[in-house]
Structures are given as structure tokens and as C-alpha cells.
Design a protein around this ligand. Structure first.
Ligand code: SF4
Ligand code: SF4
Length: 422
């Protein structure tokens, strides 16, 4: 990696803490990723992105800012990237998948809160994330109570715009969400100083759709047995999707798909035909939270789909194209409200989708993984359990956090589950 220290210093990064953060990543990456067998060659690009995680992309963001552009951070797949891009901004998904700055975060947050919230607050307060430090504004949402209240505190450290996301999917909720999307458009135009035109919004919709279609093409390939790519590699790609340059990322995913299509035609896979096939569902897994997928795949299974926001929920629906701005905004609002997040009540769409996915991906079982203190997913696990029982799909429920302390115990449970479904 080139020397980016001056750039980090200019962003006000706490260099000592940042060094510690970078030390965690390479050994983890080596163990979790580079040790895999039969990896596709085109994973090279994604390895490069991780290797340059706080380098090249941050430099690109700084260049964009030097030209007067804005960088906008987001924590949820409900934030419409199309609108940010149409106003000339760059949308960055802020990750929060590692425990860092917990002591700082606990100065303003309760001890028992989900690790994702604690992590983003810790990252900001300890000044360890160059993505966070590059953001001119952060977009929050009222999805869960923890995030909703934490955004009020985060606003003390960085400007936060909160979108009110509905909890239900009735007509009046759709009306509320559409008005939030319209307000967001105006807010982004004011913030970036750039008006959104019919052309810029149409182009942005096409580019983000192309990214989603590339990811969908990749996920379709995973329906084959043997699966041509590991679930860990796919999760990594889905995590990178949230912050990489959109057209470049799309092109790289499509190149990878070409390679995988050849593998499928030759009957080659990442694991032998007949390897137990698992779908992972639950709380999104932000980079570098690879613990559970690593346990599953190193116990002799292959993950074939993620029913998560770092997964299918992020890319399975595209925005319908339209010829005028109002219609485009309506289509954007409709697409986003199609997300089956556990914050909705009731949320039958997620259960129906899971049953369908298990059929489509010929899954042998589902592993439901929620983060500790993540009420929406931990509680919805009960509905998932009942629905899977009714559909005759084996399910394992796991609750965990970002520490490595429970690795041994989780591995034992996953191995026993795999033994049962073989
Ligand atoms: S799980 Fe829900 S709140 Fe979390 S990122 Fe996904 S849509 Fe947003
Ligand atoms: S939805 Fe769950 S994981 Fe996400 S911020 Fe809320 S409590 Fe945390």
C-alpha cells in the first residue's frame, strides 16, 4: 500500500488508534479470505480494494471534495443512493463491523446497545475511520430506536440528516415515505449546490440499477451445485458495493460473473457437489464482520445466499425507469419500501421470501444470525422459526457480537446443525 499517512493526518485521524485498527485487518483477512481454495481469479480486484481499504478510495473521495463535491455517509440501505449521485455527491456506506473506540462510545451511549451502533459512535469519537472523517454529512433514519436516538448524539460530532422511515407498509406509510424522499432530494440539492435534473436522475438510476443487476447476476450463479464461489467472497463483494465507485465496481462484478459462468459450464465449484448449502439471514454484517460466515464455511458448508442488507435486500429490486422527475422519485420510494427489514410490522414479506429463497437456491438449511441487543432481528427470529418449521426448512438461531470469545461455542453449534441436515 502506498504511503497515505499524510492524507490521514490531514483528515484529523487519530494515528495511533488507526494503526491499531489496520493491524487487526491483515491477519484476519489472511485467515478468512486468502486461505480459501479454488478462489476465482477475478477476486483479485476485491482483495486489492481491501488491501487499499483506507487508501485509494479515500484519495478518490478527497479529489472529489477538492473539486467542490460532497461525500455523504449512510448506515442503512434505505438511503436512496440514486438521489445523492444525481446531486453530484458520493454515497459511502459506513461500515461499523468491528469493536473500536468502545470506551469513547460508552461515554455517550449505554453499555448494552447493539455493537453496530456502539461501533459507529466509537469510530467517530475515536476518529479512526477515514471514510467517516471524509463525510460532509451523514444520513440517518428512524429504523430502530437505538439508531434513532444515537443519531441525535452523533449530530454533536458531524451534521446528520434523518429520514423518517415508516414502520408499516400501508398506503399512508407510502405517502409519508414519498414525502421524505422528496424532502431528501431538496435537501441534497441545497447541500451539494447542484440541482437534480431529469437527465442526472435518469443516469443515476441506470447506474445504480446496473450495480444491482451485476450483483443479482452473481447471486443467480450461486444457485448451481457445486456453487462456483464461496459465501464469504460474496459477502465481501456485497460489503464493498456500499462504498466503491459505482461503474468500476459494476464492471468488476460482471467480469467475475463471466469467469464464474465458465466454471459453472465446466462443472467446477468452490466446494464439491453435494456440500451442504446454507442461507444466512438476519442483522446485516458490516465489514469486517466475517465471523459467522467463516465459521459456517470452515465447518464444511457453503453459503449460497444472504437474506440480509449486506446481501439480497440491498440489490434484489431495481428502480423502474421513468421520463419525468416526479415519477422517478415515486419509483425510488416504491423500490426502497420493498425492503423486508425487521423494523417493519408486520413483516410477512421476509418470511415468504426466505421460504422462496430456500427453494430457489436449493438450500439445506438456514442460519439466523442477529447481533446482541438488536431487538428487531432477535425478536423476529421467533416468526422466522415458526415459518421455517411450517415449511419444513431446518433453522439454527444464533445471537452474537463483534468479539471472538464465542467462536468455539458457535462452531460447535454450527457443526452439530450441519451434521443434522446432511
Ligand atoms: S436491517 Fe433495516 S435498518 Fe438495518 S440496514 Fe437493513 S434496512 Fe436499514
Ligand atoms: S437494526 Fe439492529 S443492528 Fe441495526 S442498528 Fe438497530 S439494533 Fe443495531
Amino acid at each position: 500500500m502506498s504511503d497515505y499517512r499524510n492524507m490521514w493526518k490531514s483528515l484529523g485521524i487519530n494515528m495511533e488508534a488507526h494503526d491499531r485498527l489496520l493491524e487487526i485487518l491483515p491477519p484476519t483477512y489472511l485467515d478468512v479470505y486468502l486461505s480459501q481454495e479454488n478462489r476465482p481469479q477475478n477476486m483479485d480486484y476485491f482483495d486489492f480494494v481491501v488491501n487499499e481499504i483506507h487508501g485509494l478510495r479515500i484519495q478518490e473521495l478527497q479529489e472529489h471534495k477538492k473539486k467542490g463535491g460532497k461525500v455523504i455517509g449512510a448506515f442503512c440501505v434505505f438511503v436512496p443512493e440514486e438521489i445523492i449521485r444525481a446531486a453530484g455527491g458520493i454515497c459511502i456506506g459506513l461500515c461499523s463491523g468491528v469493536e473500536m473506540g468502545a470506551a469513547e462510545a460508552e461515554r455517550v451511549l449505554p453499555k448494552n446497545i447493539c455493537p453496530l451502533i456502539k461501533s459507529f459512535m466509537g469510530f467517530k469519537m475515536a476518529k479512526v475511520c477515514p471514510y467517516f472523517e471524509s463525510c460532509d454529512i451523514v444520513v440517518g433514519e428512524t429504523t430502530c430506536d437505538g439508531k434513532k436516538k444515537a443519531f441525535e448524539i452523533l449530530n454533536d460530532f458531524v451534521p446528520v440528516h434523518v429520514m423518517e422511515t415508516p414502520q408499516m407498509k400501508r398506503e399512508k406509510d407510502r405517502t409519508l415515505w414519498l414525502s421524505e424522499v422528496n424532502d431528501f432530494k431538496t435537501n441534497m440539492e441545497n447541500f451539494t449546490g447542484q440541482n437534480i435534473s431529469t437527465e442526472s436522475l435518469a443516469k443515476s438510476i441506470q447506474e445504480v440499477n446496473a450495480k444491482r443487476q451485476a450483483l443479482l447476476r452473481l447471486s443467480e450463479l450461486r444457485k448451481h451445485d457445486p456453487a462456483p464461489i464461496s459465501g464469504k467472497d460474496c459477502l465481501l463483494i456485497e460489503q464493498i458495493a456500499m462504498y466503491d465507485d459505482v461503474p468500476r465496481f459494476t464492471e468488476k462484478v460482471n467480469s467475475l460473473c463471466e469467469e464464474l459462468e465458465n466454471k459453472v459450464a465446466e462443472g467446477k465449484g468452490v466446494a464439491p457437489k453435494g456440500t451442504p448449502r446454507i442461507i444466512v439471514t438476519g442483522t446485516p454484517m458490516a465489514i469486517p464482520n466475517w465471523k459467522v460466515p467463516h465459521i459456517i464455511e470452515s465447518s464444511g458448508a457453503v453459503i449460497v445466499a444472504e437474506e440480509m442488507c449486506t446481501g439480497l435486500r440491498y440489490f434484489e429490486n431495481t428502480v423502474s425507469e421513468a421520463s419525468n422527475i416526479d415519477e422517478m422519485l415515486e419509483n425510488i420510494a416504491a423500490r426502497y419500501l420493498g425492503v423486508n427489514c425487521a423494523v417493519f410490522t408486520p413483516n410477512p414479506g421476509r418470511l415468504e421470501r426466505l421460504v422462496q429463497l430456500a427453494k430457489d437456491y436449493r438450500a439445506d438449511g438456514i442460519i439466523h444470525c442477529s447481533l446482541s441487543f438488536c431487538d428487531p432481528y432477535a425478536i423476529e427470529a421467533n416468526r422466522v422459526e415458526l415459518a421455517m418449521k411450517e415449511a419444513g426448512i431446518p433453522l439454527l438461531k444464533i445471537e452474537t457480537d463483534y468479539s471472538q470469545e464465542d467462536t468455539g461455542q458457535l462452531k460447535t453449534r454450527v457443526e452439530a446443525f450441519l451434521e443434522m441436515i446432511k
